[in-house]
Every structure is written in structure tokens, then in C-alpha cells.
Design a protein around this ligand. Structure first.
Ligand code: ARG
Length: 639
């Protein structure tokens, strides 16, 4: 829990003097503990009557905000003293004050009266607006650490490189790439919230024998104008036809002497000419890449995704050779007697595992891992990242294990981080197809989502929108939100079955439901006769005409308690690199908001009731929008 006003209340008003009295002798420790309190996520829930603020001793112990230099014994001592002191503190509090403090079994618990609680939450959100739960929010907690004088909590202010999406040119943009795009985008956003400098990299598979196939194929069956109009689909079409052609040659020759096949041979020759710098071949390759990137960008834009840098494997096939030299100089390179493949054999200093990894093919050309190694060294020099996240399908975990192992064996200490932080892996998606078939093109998925959504809206007459263009636009945005949420609501490593019928419903845990809730809140705010400026009364420093302490219905308390936990969800999602934490937070926010919307009328109520309620709903809207933005969705105002 990290609510400034709430904590201000605790630390600077009633409780603080009492704390000071009890803890007088602790001075620095007390400061630090309260500092920790401001950051520690609160896990335990209790009954709604008194929204609690609980800090677990375990949290305090493991809290990365305790200075590393503090001896463990001393830490335990502080917690024990806290336990004792709370008993005394409680005795000092006036009996009629329902705010209670206790510390049992190392659990510090502060229970506030709902009046104080809901007010504090609403005022915080209205004051911070869009920055609530985001960088601005976090900033408002930043004070120098009392002991270490460090201003920033761990994970704050780092240079972070997130590599995601990374599709292959001329091969399909499959469900795995979509997952990487969505998870990576959220991880990048979360890192920004925590004040990190984020570089978003898309590493295109733009090199390899598939270009040989395309080069030869395009000569045979290519169409310049089709290439311009729909490069991805056209190139993919050629790729598939060429593969079939090669297969049929294989069958014709009983699958033997694969290497003698004319088409395959030609393709290899074409790719070789690219590696040797043949101008015509390279021009063709460059055109394919440029046109594909252009088309990708249009799709990314619809998904609300933007990259800082496009890299490609092609940038690293030459640099890969220097990497191999480095491996050789370390004495880790060997050549296979029969195949002439060159490989590294090494002990990973971290796991002590013996790893063997091929680096050069028999013809001396580089492999996927060789290029990846060259790329990461280049990035380290260029971006000086403190952390790197590769958001890639879990089927590539051996690849990353070998890659980071080799970096460690080469003596790069920065590669000594947990593998699951550097390789942000995810499970498989099944059944993502469009009416056109199974080969998923991202454009088909977006078009399909949009047209199905429009159908749903028309059939169910759920829309008030009459302008056909706006309807189409809204349907597209809803469809995309549905696809995004369906994907991100699952834990990364859990695979899932994609199901069009399930994702487009207005009720239940879907993206459409989240968008619908946002639109419903917007329409309430639009349609009541209270101008939004009235709500400014509740902002910092102003004396509200109508106090907020009427928000005492269970629906209001439940909602405000959940609103107060947004920061916690963001914190959790960030530290676990799990977008689903934010998504589930939003589902609950949606459900609590709709319950509150049903129970707490605004229209037709007297101002002293309507205004505080409206303020609460405005908070819901602000947090819903902030959460949707985090997962890459632009909320809609009406539907
Ligand atoms: N293009 C690759 C694929 O589609 C993914 C690249 C992942 N990133 C990396 N640095 N290896 O399988």
C-alpha cells in the first residue's frame, strides 16, 4: 500500500507523535521503517469495516528498501521492538478513535476508520489524476533513504532494455509473436512507471536461408504490385509455395540426396550471394524488409505498440565472426571432426553445467545464437543497460541458457542474473486462427476481431452509436482490447486456448467488459448535471463544500479499498514481470465499480450525496484508464 495521504495521516498526525514517543530511542530506524511502509505491498485482506493497513514482518525483512548494510540481527531487533511498542501505542489512543494499531507475530497492522480511509483514497486519486499509480505517484514517495541516503528504491532509475515481438520477415507472425508483443509492451510500460529509462527493441528475423527461398521464388512467381500492397501476405505466400515445391522434389527423389535438389540448391546459392554482398540480391532483401516493417508498423499502431529501435539479425552476421574469435581466444572453441561445425564447449560458472553450443556452420556462416551473442554485446556498449528482458517463447529457453552461460564463461559478470529475469518466457497459445485459415497474419486477427465485434454489437443492439464510421472504429478498438486482455489475463507461462466466442462478451472477465465499464463511468459523469470542475474542490488543499465522509456504504468502501491497491498491483506486476496481475486487478475494479454504480445513485440525489459519489466514480474511471493504458489499451468513452 502506498497512499501518500493515508500514510501522511498515519505518520504525521495522530499516530506519529505516539510513534515518536515510543520509538524515541530508535530515531533512524523508525524513519526507515516508515519509509519501508510507504513502499511495502500489503497482502493480507480482512473485513471491510475497517480497511487495514498491514505490514508483514516478512515484508519488512525481505523489503529491498532495508539498506543492504544493515545486519540481519539488527533488522530482527527493530521488528521485535516494533512489536512491543505497538502494545504501548494502542494504550495511548483515545478509546473512541477507531483507528487501531497492533503488531502480533511480526505483523504490523493499522486499522483506519472508513471515513478517513475513503476520503484519503478519493482525494489522492483526484489530486494525482492520470499519474496515480504511475511514475508521478511513485515520485511522490521518493525521499532520501534515512540511513543509506539512497533516494531510489531498487529497480528505480535503471536503464532497461526490453526486446519483444521480434517476428521473422516473410514467415508468419504467429500467436507467439503476438504474445511477445503484448507482454513486452506491458513490461516496458511497467518499467517506465517505475522511473526506468526503457529502450524498446524489435529484433527482426531478417536473415537466413528463407531469403534464398524468397529470392528464387520471387523470380518465379513474384508480383511487384502485390509486394507493395500486401508485402507480408505475398512474401509468406511465396515462402509456402516454395516449401511445397521443394517437398515435392523431395518426394520425387524419395527423400534422398536432399542437397542435390535444384530448387533448394538455388535458394542456398541465393542466400550465399547475399552473404557475399551481391548488390541485386541485397536490394531485393532490403525491399522485402522495408515493406514488411512498414506493414508491421501499421499493425503495431493499432495495437498501441511502438518501438524505439528496429534491429535485425542481418546486422550481426559479420559481427558474429568477431564473437567466435573471442570464444576461440578464451580457448573454448572446437571444430567437429566430421561435420566441420565449430562449437563452444564450456562450463557455465553459475550452474556448473557443461554446455555445448554450435557457433559456425561448416561453410563458416553464423547461427542464430552467434548473431544473438554479437547483438547483446553491441547493445551493452550502446545502451549500457542495467537490465535486459528478452520476451520470447519458452521453447527457446535452452537457447537463452546457452547464450547467457557462454557470456558468463567469457567473463561478462553482468550476465550473472537469474535466467527468468533475462528471458521472460511464456507458454503457447492454441487455436488462434482466422476465417482465412490457420496461418495467422496479425492483420487477419485484427480484422477478424473488429468484424466479429461489430457483428456482436449489431446483433445485441448494445450500442448507442449511430455514426457508422464511429461504430466501425469502436468495434475495432473493442476487438483489439478483447484480444489483448484474453492474452494478458493468463500467467505468462500458462498456455491457453484462444476462443473467439468467449472473448467478445460484455460480461465476465474480458477486455470488452473493461472497456464497457470505462464507457459506463464516462457516460455517468457526462450525463449528470454536475460539472467536473466541481470535483476539483476535493483536490489538494481545497476545502470541499460537501465532505466525502458520507461514502460509508459497503460498495463505496469496497471500491475505495480496491482503488487504494492499484499501486500494489502495479508493483507486483513489475516485480514478477506478470502483466496478468494488472489485468486481474482491473477485472475486480470492473466488478466493484458496476456494483457501486448499481447501488449508489448519483442522478436525482442531493448534491451533498451526489458529489462525493461522483468523485468516487471519477476515481474509478481514472484508475481504470491508467490500468488499461498500462496493458496497451486506449480506453473508449462511449459505446
Ligand atoms: N525471430 C525469432 C523467432 O521468431 C525470435 C527472436 C527472439 N529474440 C532473440 N534475441 N533471439 O523465433
Amino acid at each position: 500500500m502506498a497512499l501518500p495521504r493515508l500514510l501522511k495521516h498515519i505518520t504525521e498526525t495522530r499516530l506519529m507523535p505516539a510513534w515518536r514517543q515510543v520509538y524515541g530511542e530508535l530515531d533512524g530506524d523508525l524513519e526507515r521503517m516508515l519509509w519501508c511502509l510507504r513502499f511495502s505491498p500489503v497482502r493480507k485482506r480482512t473485513e471491510i469495516a475497517s480497511p487495514p493497513l498491514r505490514i508483514n514482518a516478512e515484508d519488512l525483512r525481505s523489503c529491498d528498501l532495508f539498506p543492504e548494510t544493515m545486519p540481519k540481527g539488527k533488522r530482527e531487533g527493530v521488528i521485535a521492538k516494533m512489536d512491543n511498542a505497538c502494545a504501548k501505542l494502542n494504550a495511548d489512543l483515545p478509546a473512541q478513535e477507531r483507528t487501531k494499531v497492533s503488531a502480533k507475530n511480526g505483523m504490523l497492522s493499522i486499522q483506519l476508520h472508513p471515513k478517513i480511509y475513503t476520503q484519503a483514497v478519493v482525494q489522492d486519486i483526484l489530486t494525482m489524476k492520470e499519474t496515480y499509480g504511475s511514475q508521478g505517484h511513485v515520485h511522490s514517495f521518493i525521499r532520501p533513504h534515512p540511513l543509506s541516503n539512497k533516494v531510489l528504491p531498487a529497480r528505480y532509475g535503471h536503464r532497461v532494455l526490453v526486446e519483444y515481438s521480434s517476428p521473422n520477415i516473410a514467415k508468419p507472425f504467429h500467436a507467439g509473436h503476438l504474445r511477445s508483443t503484448l507482454i513486452g509492451n506491458t513490461i516496458a510500460n511497467l518499467n517506465k512507471v517505475f522511473g526506468n529509462k526503457v529502450t524498446k527493441v524489435n529484433y527482426l528475423g531478417d536473415w537466413g536461408t528463407q531469403f534464398g527461398l524468397l529470392g528464387v521464388g520471387f523470380r518465379k512467381m513474384g508480383d511487384q504490385s502485390l509486394l507493395k500492397e500486401q508485402p507480408i501476405a505475398h512474401l509468406y505466400d511465396i515462402y509456402v509455395k516454395m516449401q511445397t515445391l521443394i517437398k515435392s522434389e523431395e518426394v520425387a527423389t524419395d527423400g534422398n540426396i536432399h542437397k542435390e535438389l535444384a530448387m533448394h540448391q538455388q535458394a542456398l546459392a541465393f542466400f550465399k550471394s547475399m552473404e557475399q554482398g551481391d548488390e541485386e540480391a541485397l536490394n531485393f532483401w532490403q525491399t522485402c524488409c522495408n515493406l514488411s516493417i512498414e506493414e508491421f508498423e501499421a499493425m503495431y499502431k493499432k495495437l498501441g505498440v511502438r518501438f524505439d529501435v528496429y534491429e535485425g539479425e542481418s546486422m550481426y552476421y559479420k559481427k558474429g565472426l568477431s564473437l567466435v574469435k573471442m570464444v576461440d581466444e578464451k580457448g573454448l572453441l572446437q571444430t567437429h571432426q566430421d561435420t566441420h561445425v565449430q562449437f563452444a564447449e564450456f562450463l557455465d560458472p553459475k550452474s556448473n553445467e557443461l554446455i555445448r553450443s554450435s557457433l559456425l556452420k561448416s561453410d563458416g556462416s553464423t547461427l542464430y545464437i552467434t548473431r544473438d551473442l554479437a547483438a547483446i554485446l553491441d547493445r551493452k556498449t550502446k545502451y549500457k543497460f542495467d537490465r535486459i528482458h528478452y520476451v520470447v517463447d519458452q521453447s527457446q529457453s535452452d537457447h537463452f541458457r546457452a547464450m547467457f552461460g557462454l557470456l558468463r564463461a567469457l567473463g561478462f559478470r553482468w550476465a550473472d542474473k537469474p535466467l527468468d529475469e533475462m528471458h521472460v518466457a511464456f507458454g503457447r497459445v492454441a487455436g488462434m486462427s482466422s476465417r482465412k485459415g490457420n496461418a495467422v497474419l496479425l492483420s487477419d486477427i485484427i480484422a477478424e476481431a473488429s468484424s466479429r465485434m461489430q457483428q456482436v454489437m449489431n446483433d445485441k443492439e448494445t450500442t448507442k452509436i449511430t455514426d457508422p464510421d464511429l461504430l466501425k472504429q469502436t468495434a475495432e478498438r473493442l476487438g483489439i482490447a478483447a484480444v489483448i486482455v484474453q492474452d494478458l489475463k493468463n500467467k505468462r507461462l500458462t498456455g491457453y486456448n484462444f476462443d473467439w466466442n468467449k472473448i467478445l462478451t460484455f460480461t465476465g472477465d474480458t477486455g470488452v467488459f473493461l472497456m464497457y465499464t470505462h464507457a459506463r463511468l464516462c457516460s455517468l459523469i457526462r450525463n449528470c448535471d454536475i460539472p467536473l470542475t466541481e470535483l476539483e474542490m476535493y483536490e489538494e488543499g481545497a476545502a470541499p463544500l460537501y465532505p466525502l465522509d458520507v461514502l460509508l456504504e459497503p460498495e463505496a468502501i469496497r471500491l475505495s479499498r480496491h482503488l487504494a491497491r492499484f499501486n500494489e498491483a502495479v508493483h507486483d506486476a513489475h516485480s514478477k514481470l506478470e502483466p496478468c496481475v494488472v489485468v486481474h486487478y482491473l477485472f475486480t475494479l470492473g466488478h466493484l465499480s458496476s456494483k457501486a454504480l448499481d447501488a449508489l445513485r448519483v442522478q436525482g440525489e442531493p448534491h451533498q450525496l451526489a458529489l462525493p459519489r461522483l468523485a468516487l466514480f471519477q476515481c474509478s474511471r481514472v484508475v481504470m484508464a491508467a490500468g488499461l493504458h498500462l496493458i496497451g489499451i486506449e480506453p473508449i468513452d462511449q459505446m
